[in-house]
Structure formats: C-alpha cells, structure tokens
Design a protein around this ligand. Sequence first.
Ligand code: UPG
Length: 784
Amino acid sequence: MATSSTSPKKSSLASSTSSVGRPPQAVKFGRRTSSGRVLSLSRDDDMDLSGDFSGNNDYINYTVLMPPTPDNQPMEASSGDAASADSKPDAPGPYGVSARVGMTRRVGNDQEGGISGAAMEGMDRRMSVMQSNKSILLRSQTGDFDHNRWLFETKGTYGIGNAFWSKDDDDYGHDGMSMSDFLDKPWKPLTRKLQIPAGILSPYRLLVVIRLIGLILFISWRIRNPNRDAMWLWGLSTVCETWFAFSWLLDQLPKLNPINRSTDLAALHDKFEQPSPANPHGRSDLPGVDVFVSTADPEKEPPLVTANTILSILAVEYPVEKLSCYISDDGAAILTFEAMAEAVNFAEVWVPFCRKHNIEPRNPDSYFSLKSDPTKNKKRPDFVKDRRWIKREYDEFKVRINGLPEAIRRRCETHNNNEEMKEKKLAREKNGGAPLTEPVKVVKATWMADGTHWPGTWYSPIADHFKGDHAGILQHRYEDKTEWGDRIGWIYGSVTEDVVTGYRMHNRGWRSVYCITKRDAFRGSAPINLTDRLHQVLRWATGSVEIFFSRNNVLLASRRLKFLQRIAYLNVGIYPFTSIFLVVYCFLPALSLLTGQFIVQSLNTAFLFYLLTITITLALLALLEVKWSGIGLEEWWRNEQFWVIGGSSAHLAAVLQGLLKVLAGIEIQFTLTSKSAAEDEEDIFADLYVIKWTSLFIMPLTIMVVNIVALVIGISRTVYSVLPQWNKLVGGSFFSFWVLSHMYPFAKGLMGRRGRMPTIVYVWTGLISITVSLLWISVSPPDG
Ligand SMILES: O=c1ccn([C@@H]2O[C@H](COP(=O)(O)OP(=O)(O)O[C@H]3O[C@H](CO)[C@@H](O)[C@H](O)[C@H]3O)[C@@H](O)[C@H]2O)c(=O)[nH]1
C-alpha cells in the first residue's frame, strides 16, 4: 500500500505553471505504456498552488460512483458532460462503467442543512451509470494493466510482485500474455531492509534464551517438587504454569528475527518517474491505488470520523488520478451518504490546502487538534491566512455534518406530511368529496434531498428498506462463486475475516513483509471504553477459536507456510484457550489464603530464584520492546492489565462460544465495535470509564471479590491466631495482590469516573473486609 511519503511528487509540483483563469481541460494528453494501454496524465501536474483555491478549484475533481437502484435511477448518462468534468478517457470497458463525473462544490445551502436540490442537480444527474452486473471494483482506474482483472479473466495463478510464482507456470499463453507484460523495467526492490543494530538485538535474544532456560528449569523443578500437603493446588498451578510457558514461547518466537524496512525513494523514483522510450517525460508511472473504507452504522461509527478518514485518504501525496477511494456502507444509511457527499465537497478545499502547505497529518481532525505550533516549518507567507480560512471552513463543515441528522429528519417529516396530504386529498376526491371515515395510511419514507426515496435503510423500515435488506444495493457478484472470489477476494463467514484471509493467502504462498513507516501510514479508530473493548476482543477471540476448529487451523497448513509464520498463526488460533488456565490461576492465590496452603510446600531458595529470573527477564524484555515500539511503560502495564481482564472475561466467553458453534452449530454474530468520536477535546479519554454492564464482567468481578475476601480472611486468621504463621500468609497474599493489581483499572471503571474513585473503593473494600472478618471470627474463632 502506498504511503504518503513514498510518492516523490514534489518535483512535478515545482514545475507547475499558473493556470488561473484557464478553462478546465478534460484530458490533457495521454500516452501508451509498454503494456499497450493508454494512460491519462495527472491533471494535478497543472495545479496552481500559488493561486486562490477557495472553492473554484477546477483541478481536482472527485468521481462519485453510485450504483443505480430501483428507487434512484440516474438520468441518462450525459457522457459529454461527464467527460468534460473528468480527466480520464473512460470508455465503457468490459466492466461496464460508462460515465463518471466529478462532484462539484456545493452551490447553495439547503435550508434544512442538507445538500441543496440545486447542488444535487449539479451532481446526481450526472452520476455514473453502471450497465454491467460486474463490480466497479474490477475496473482499472488508470487504464494500466489490471492484474486482478487479468487473473479473473484468465483463471490464472497468483504470480505478481511478491506473490508466489509457480516454476512451471511461466507460460501465460491464454491471451498471448507473458511475464514480460508486467515487467516494464528490471525488477528492483522498492524497500530497503534496515538492520537492527546487534547491540540491541543480541541482548534481546539473549534475554529470550535466558528466560526460556529459566522456564524449563522452573517447570521441571515444580514437577519434581510436589506439595504433598496440597497436591491439588500444586497440580493445578503446575499445569497452568506449563501452559503459560508454552504460550509465551508461541508469542515470543515470531519476534526473534525482526526486520524493519523503509521505502527506497530513489528506487521508486527510478522505476516510476524516470524518462524512458515509453515515457519520454518521466511522468509518474506509479500504480493505481484503491483504498476501501467500510462502515456499517453511523451511530457506532460517527460519520464525522469516517469523513475525516476519507479526507485524509484523498489528501494523500499521490497522483490524484491514480488514487481511488471506495466507501461501502453495509448499513445503507442516508446519514452516512450525505455526510460523505459533504466530505467530498470539503475535500475540494482541504486537499489543495494540504498540498500547498505540506500539511501533516492530513486528517483534519487530527491536524486541528495538534498541540504544537502550526507555523513551524511553514515558509509561505500566506500560510496563516490560509490556515485561518480553512479552519473556519472545517468548523462549518463539522456543523453541517453534525446538523445532518436533524436536517434529514425534518426533510422526511415535510415530505411525508406532503405525501399524507396528497393521499388524503386523493381519497377525498375518490370519496366524492365526503369526509373520510377511515384514516389514510401513508408509509413513512426516508427522503433524499432531491425529493426521491432513499434506496437504503429507512428510519421506519419496511420491506426492501430494512438494514441488510435494501433493494438494488450493489451485490458482490464478482466474487460470489467465482474463482476470483474464492482465491483472491476477502474470505467470508468468519468474524475475523482479516485473519482468515491473511492465512489463506500465506498458505498459498503469498509473501508479505513487515513495513512500519516512520509516520503512521494508517490510523484506525478504536473503542475507548472497557465494555466496547471487551466486546471487540470477544469477537477477535471467538474468531480465533472458530479458526482453530476449522480447516484453516494452522496444524493443517500447506508446506508453503514458513516456520515462524506457522508459529504466529498457531498463537493466533490458540491464545483464547489460555483464558481457561488464567482464570484457574487467578483463583489459586485466594484458595491458598483460604486453605492456608500454597502452591509449593515452602518458599525455598530455588523456587524464589526461578521466580525472580522469569519475572526479571520478562520485565527486561518488555522494557526493550517498549523502547522499540516507542510506547511508554505505563501503556505496557495497561496492556498487561487488560490482558488479565480480557483474558478472564472475553477470551473465556469466546472459548465457550466457539465450542458452542462447533458442538451445537450455534452461529456467532458480528457485533460492530463502537468507536470513540473523541468529541470532548479537553479529555480524549472521557469515555474511558463509561461502563455499560455486560455479563462479561461476571468472571473478573468474581475473581476480584474472592481475592479480596480471601485476603481479609487470611490476614485476620493470622492476626488472631496464637502462633501467627506469617510465612504461610506471604505467598498467597503476594499473588493475590498481584492479581488485584491487574484488575485495578476494572475496579476503577466499575467505581465510576476517576475523580470519585478512591473514596468509594475504600468504603467498599473496607465494608466487605469488616463484614467478612467478623463473619470469619464468628465461624472459626481464633485458637485459644
Ligand atoms: O456488517 C459489517 C460489519 C463491519 N463492517 C466494517 O468492518 C470494519 C471492521 O469492523 P469493526 O467493528 O470496526 O471491527 P474492529 O474490531 O474495529 O476491526 C478489527 O477486526 C476486524 C475483524 O474482527 C477486522 O475486519 C478489522 O480489519 C480490524 O481492524 C469496520 O470498518 C466496519 O464498518 C462492515 O462493513 N459491515
């Protein structure tokens, strides 16, 4: 995937000439590539970045493709219009897109705040028509060779770029096509491997080896030294520890040989921007990039967040005509649709601003919430003026987006009232003018700004307008029962389709490389409160269990999967099962305290030495990893805590759900994760302690309470006994505290917001402690 930093586009921008006042040109010129296709050139090359770009920008046109639907049939494709608004020659190809059009900047404001009728007139009537059932996704945007299409047409084998190329498959004679069609220029890697200094990697590996030896010695010592006083405690704990050691190894091994890469800008420039006989001007020959943004529910995934995502994609530093951004909305919500139309309009000013001033990050929301000085490294004198202006534009944009739900609601009300009046009038006329005896029933439709029915989900759903059941929304026919769908496309039927898809590709021999750019190439949005986060990891873990019990289990993998890949996938499939051992282990300290026994007979030196070794090496490894990844120790600790909280709740539930699916065929539903809209700019973690009760809390809560109760009982028993055996108390209470410290954020969440937390926790735990100790004293009075 191309990142913003990989495209050496600045050189072409530097030579731009002023084009202010020049009529917009449809197609500047094209040239043939060596694969014989016509390539249209970037209109972007002509962009005058010194001029005003306040909305009359002719140079960036966005193509909006909307599938035709029964309710919303575009008028005839006015191909003349379309062609003049677009920069590409776009003859209807075998994949059937006949016309596309740039969405023009809004010309007026709907009184309701939505998209005005006039503006819609300007764009929707020239919207694309798709004459074929086959998907737009197969169309090559640039006219370049379309690899996917070729695979589709030829039922071919994988074999481009990093993909597996089978030895006996070098004859692709179906279409007279040969390997050389793909190799315009000699192959050269576009990334460079960055060696991790031995000074860092060797200590890391050494620590891993020491810890591994420590674990082996520890476990064999534990097996050889049973606690004869409490065999059940010893047995349970040893089994759990063995599993933890095994799962640590699975987690650790794939990290043994880290390789960093960076994009080789020089190689990229050589390959894609150097003059050659086929490309005398050295125009950008970068491949087309498609970015697919999916959304499914405007409540859980706020349209403003989606809009910001799209804006950052459109502003990426890549030739404009090579970039396509697809938005899919499984929820078919009118709100998302109109918000995206607003985003496309705002992009017309946002993108030129980003390009003119080299803006980073290009997600407007992230950019305007930067705390650093915005003028730093900004040389152009008009930056401050432009920034002030674009900020105002963005604020207005936000107001429009946030006003959309109300605007749509009012629009629908007006239209529905009108419809009702019309129906009533009609019915009265039919009735010979006499008053109606029965009320007239009018379907409450959802209306688009141009006065037509919304083809997607309605606010009051009726047949064909339910979520997940709306007529005419694009079907994924290109992948349904096709070889393309089977071999290349997304793999469905799993709640962690990304893992299955990745696995299936790797298993067929696809190679992938780890490439983490200095600046984030992509940022996701994540749930920020515990409940949503637990539901998210519940889905992930359920997906893993499901994979484990399917033919996609890595133990059945082909020989093409590499060893460390195998281990990594095994880890992905197996980690939820750790929860069983984790839950047992979290109860053990409490059981120790309650019974006055411990997992070992006595806290002897060997035990303590091994324990110290495996704990210290774990901490040192974490320190190194934290340093590499650039996160703070505190974040690492939060992650550890979440591992215990999630492990004892969501992962356990996932194992149960997964087993239910395997044994009883009960299907698992995909629950969409709610993302934070981070609207509270002062406190982006405001949602963090918002707790919505879920049954997932039961297990961690039980673990917590049982441990607190056991601590109280253990301490009071020792305090009240005639001969206090403090050493018996130490082991159990130490581990109990260890468990509780992991559960701390959970308790904090349950207790309410941060500020109020301490008092309530003290009162709560205090009350329980007093009650339980009194109870204990009355049940089992101290000796003597
Ligand atoms: O019916 C649906 C459900 C989800 N989505 C989209 O799928 C994406 C992932 O769903 P989300 O609920 O956000 O899952 P996350 O847990 O945040 O996502 C992670 O986990 C998913 C698998 O569980 C992967 O698909 C994602 O790539 C990965 O980031 C989102 O963009 C959704 O809008 C749809 O388009 N249609």
